[in-house]
Design a protein around this ligand. Structure first.
Ligand code: EPZ
Length: 430
């Protein structure tokens, strides 16, 4: 089983290039099958979640040409089935965007129920509510979401809670519905805006994405386009926090600094320096960092996908910090793993009380989900000695060449497959 091995203690230094946003790309790849012309998508991250979704749309008949690792051409004219189900797609979350895309285009979709990271209960009632209001009959049958409409018609939808997934899904379906749709209490995340921009470049008529009211005028069909995915805010944030946690100095390139403001603000609070440029940010980690507090919120608040990573920073800061998780109900499982490395964290309900320690010590830990896994890598980079992280397939779902990018910043990290590789790494890293 492949794992990361890390020899901690190096302050990261240098420059790193951020790839395309995974969570935007999932919606964008699904949207691409809605046209009967070629859609070229660039700046795609080469990560498992995206590759599984691309294989799945190919599996239902879409014509897919992989131009290079980050660019794909998709033509939905050849889609021959509305039934999307395979062993891999079951494990991802983004599969549910195929419901919106297929329902919009064919008025029928049968898509396996979404998997994704185990970070608590993840209901899809708001997706179902949205599709139903557009006139679809939606059932859960044999592990599938089955949605069908005689005619998809625009509707006034008020989400009961802010949800990225349901906002994107309803936007997809409503783009090809008859008449006007209004989504109230919509999610405002940058990836919602990116999917809306992409759909508009295919001829959709979506206004208001990025605010909490999105208005969609249904159009008869969508056409081909060329689109480049926005930079990944969470990958960028992870490298920013890696620089801070290791007390390093890293220029994080190809980012939209505006999307990172909640993260930048926290870095200032703990005492790091952040320099903003047009499409880059430099983070300089102060040797002594202060405690603070954070609450995860919908955009533009602090993102839940950066919660485990900021906990690592707080765990090495002076004083006691608090981390409140407001989005998912079970996103602190990684705390037990951090504790094995010497962190002092107490979880009470949705709040983690983090008492700063002087340092971590290396240990064998498990990546329990994507962002938790990334946080453990950050902890390993700061720890004295060797850390091994199992189940790195979670991390590879959302971080492209994470080990190689960290190596380019001076980190001593490798993927190893067996004990012999591990011993070899240790001899080399001494
Ligand atoms: C997306 O998940 C992301 N995943 C998550 O990223 C991210 O953490 C999350 O948005 C919040 O930003 C993808 O884009 C594939 P939500 P999603 O719908 O769509 C509740 C990562 O690490 N809810 O905004 O599942 C839900 O349980 C992943 O990259 C309902 O109650 O998130 C949660 O508490 C992890 N009913 C809250 O809303 C619904 O029908 C927000 O969920 C839908 C959601």
């Amino acid at each position: 089983m492949k794992k990361y091995i890390i020899k901690g203690g190096t302050a990261l230094a240098g420059e790193v290039e951020i790839g395309g946003a995974k969570n935007a790309a999932l919606g964008i790849v699904a949207a691409a099958i809605m046209a009967d012309e070629t859609v070229t998508i660039d700046n795609l991250p080469d990560v498992t979640d995206i590759n599984v979704l691309i294989d799945t749309i190919e599996g239902i008949g879409a014509t897919v040409e992989r131009v290079n690792r980050h660019c794909v051409k998709i033509n939905g004219r050849t889609v021959a089935s509305v039934h999307a189900d395979n062993d891999y797609i079951k494990k991802t979350r983004g599969s549910y965007y195929l419901v919106g895309a297929l329902l919009g285009k064919f008025e029928k979709a049968e898509v396996t129920l979404p998997g994704g990271c185990n970070i608590g209960s993840r209901p899809i009632d708001q997706h179902i509510k949205g599709f139903s209001m557009l006139g679809a009959d939606v059932k859960i049958e044999y592990g599938m979401i089955v949605a069908e409409a005689e005619k998809l018609c625009g509707a006034h939808i008020f989400f009961d809670r802010v949800t990225v997934g349901a906002t994107i899904n309803v936007m997809l379906a409503a783009s090809l519905a008859q008449g006007n749709t209004i989504i109230e209490n919509a999610a405002k995340e940058p990836h919602v805006v990116d999917v809306a921009n992409m759909l508009n470049s295919m001829g959709a008529n979506i206004k208001g994405a990025g605010t909490d009211v999105i208005r969609i005028k249904g159009v008869a069909k969508l056409h081909g386009t060329e689109y480049s995915v926005i930079p990944d805010q969470i990958e960028a944030g992870t490298f920013m926090f890696a620089a801070a946690a290791t007390r390093g100095n890293v220029l994080v390139k190809n980012v939209i600094p505006k999307h990172l403001e909640a993260l930048t603000a926290k870095l200032y609070e703990v005492g790091c320096s952040v320099e903003e440029y047009d499409d880059a940010v430099r983070v300089i980690g102060n040797p002594v960092q202060k405690c603070s507090q954070v609450q995860t919120l919908v955009y533009p608040g602090f993102p839940t996908d950066m919660q485990p990573q900021i906990t690592v920073i707080f765990a090495l800061a002076q004083g006691t910090s608090t981390v409140t998780e407001n989005i998912f109900d079970n996103r602190f499982k990684y705390v037990d793993e951090l504790t094995k490395m010497g962190a002092k964290i107490r979880v009470e309900g949705n709040i983690a009380v983090v008492e700063g320690v002087k340092g971590f010590t290396g240990a064998s830990v498990n990546a329990l989900d994507l962002r938790a896994g990334a946080a453990l890598v950050l902890a390993g980079l700061c720890a004295d000695g060797y850390t091994t992280i199992d189940d790195i397939h979670y991390i590879q779902r959302g971080y492209e060449k994470f080990d190689e990018k960290l190596q380019s910043l001076g980190a001593v990290i490798e993927i190893v497959d067996n004990d012999r590789d591990e011993q070899r790494f240790k001899l080399k890293a001494v």
